[in-house]
Design a protein around this ligand. Structure first.
Ligand code: NAP
Ligand code: F7E
Length: 325
């Protein structure tokens, strides 16, 4: 039997690397779209590079997307590519809109023109709920985004639904709450904290400067969340799903768990630095993942504490290796 073929945009990112691993374990042929960079940034996919096919393309370049779909003919497309860092979206709002919003239309247009039977997944975000209208947030909670990133994601979400309704595409949108891992970028708060904790423990840093300690997030493990993406595309009907743990924790709790894992008191090291405050904050996010649980049979397997401890452990190991400790 011929293998199923899936294409991932954003394969070099956190989620792309876990999704590629997961699809390989399901016996898929995996094609990854990578944009041209002057320095190779394949660190997250190095270990599976021989098992996947990497092709050159960009969400800013419509022609490249059409050419890739025409040549590789995937049955499933996972659109994970985005400018995904919220603070950067205030510095580069137009660029963020081009990639994170219009980029979705470019991929959908390529699907529609090359092969409308392709099943499409869009990486939507809990940032769309922003100044939340309801607690917890479900698939029907109204959106109130608070950043150019959140606004771009609202566009991506609705264009996905519109292509489903206009052209009968099998297009799904996963509204994923924050998910983290040892492969998370160093600029996001969980990884920033676990990386600094490891450095402080090893005597390489003395302080951790942070922004808002009061904001609350529904943090889960990225490895669990990529399963939900795949499950959405295996259903009889395309639909949208909220994916999260249903629990919420403040940034200060994250600090408490991470520092206490290495026997330190977070209050001795964390400082508040206005440079990391945002022009408009999302104060509280917490999911109601009942639909994903009942329809997809999806459950998260890693708890908040396990996640943070796994990340501290991984940062300690990595730093020891790098510094021959
Ligand atoms: P990430 O680590 O920042 O990865 C983003 C990926 O997009 C990278 O592979 C990046 O490539 C690629 N990319 C950026 N601009 C591109 C362009 N113009 N053309 C082609 N590729 C481009 O993000 P992530 O955490 O894995 O998240 C995956 C997706 O889920 C994103 O859409 C994000 O917005 C969304 N999301 C994430 C979370 C979360 O908590 N992680 C929650 C909800 C939604 P380079 O390596 O070349 O930069
Ligand atoms: O911030 C606060 C910050 O940057 C979380 C992206 O994957 O998830 C992510 O967006 C919270 C915010 O993630 C620092 O103000 C305090 O309240 O880790 P973050 P995010 O903005 O929630 C959503 C679902 C996505 O879709 C996005 O792509 O932590 N915070 N001090 C800080 N945040 C950072 N980055 N750095 C600090 O020093």
């Amino acid at each position: 039997m011929t293998k199923r073929r899936a294409l991932i945009t954003g394969i070099t990112g956190q989620d792309g690397s876990y999704l590629a691993e997961f699809l390989l374990s399901q016996d898929y042929e995996v094609i990854g779209v990578v944009r041209r960079t002057s320095t190779i940034n394949f660190a997250r996919i190095q270990h599976i590079q021989d098992d996947i096919t990497l092709v050159s393309g960009d969400l800013l370049d419509q022609g490249s997307l059409i050419a890739i779909l025409s040549e590789y003919k995937p049955q499933e497309v996972y659109n994970l590519a985005a400018q995904s860092f919220v603070p950067a979206s205030w510095k580069q709002p137009v660029f963020t809109g081009e990639v994170t919003a219009l980029g979705v239309t470019r991929v959908l247009e390529a699907v529609r023109t090359v092969d409308p039977t392709i099943r499409f997944y869009q990486a939507s975000s809990s940032e769309m709920f922003g100044k939340v209208r309801e607690v917890p947030q479900t698939e029907t909670t109204p959106f109130y985004p608070r950043s150019p990133y959140g606004i771009a994601k609202v566009y991506g979400h609705w264009i996905t639904i519109n292509y489903r309704e206009s052209y009968n595409l099998f297009a799904c949108s996963g509204i994923l709450f924050n998910h983290e891992s040892p492969r998370r970028g160093l600029e996001f708060v969980t990884r920033k904290v676990t990386h600094y904790v490891a450095k402080i423990k090893l005597g390489m840093e003395t302080q951790l400067p942070l922004g808002n300690l009061d904001s609350k997030r529904d943090w889960g493990y990225a490895g669990d969340y990529v399963r939900a993406m795949w499950l959405m595309l295996q259903q009889d009907k395309p639909d949208d799903y909220v994916v999260g743990t249903g629990e919420t924790h403040a940034v200060r709790e994250l600090c408490e768990v991470a520092f206490s894992y290495v026997g330190l008191n977070w209050e001795d090291y964390v400082t508040q630095d206005p440079r990391f405050m945002r022009p408009a904050e999302v104060d509280l996010l917490v999911s109601n993942p009942n639909k994903a649980r009942h329809v997809l049979g999806w459950e998260p397997e890693v708890s908040f504490k396990q996640l943070i401890e796994m990340m501290v452990e991984s940062d300690l190991e990595q730093l020891k290796k790098e510094h021959n400790l």
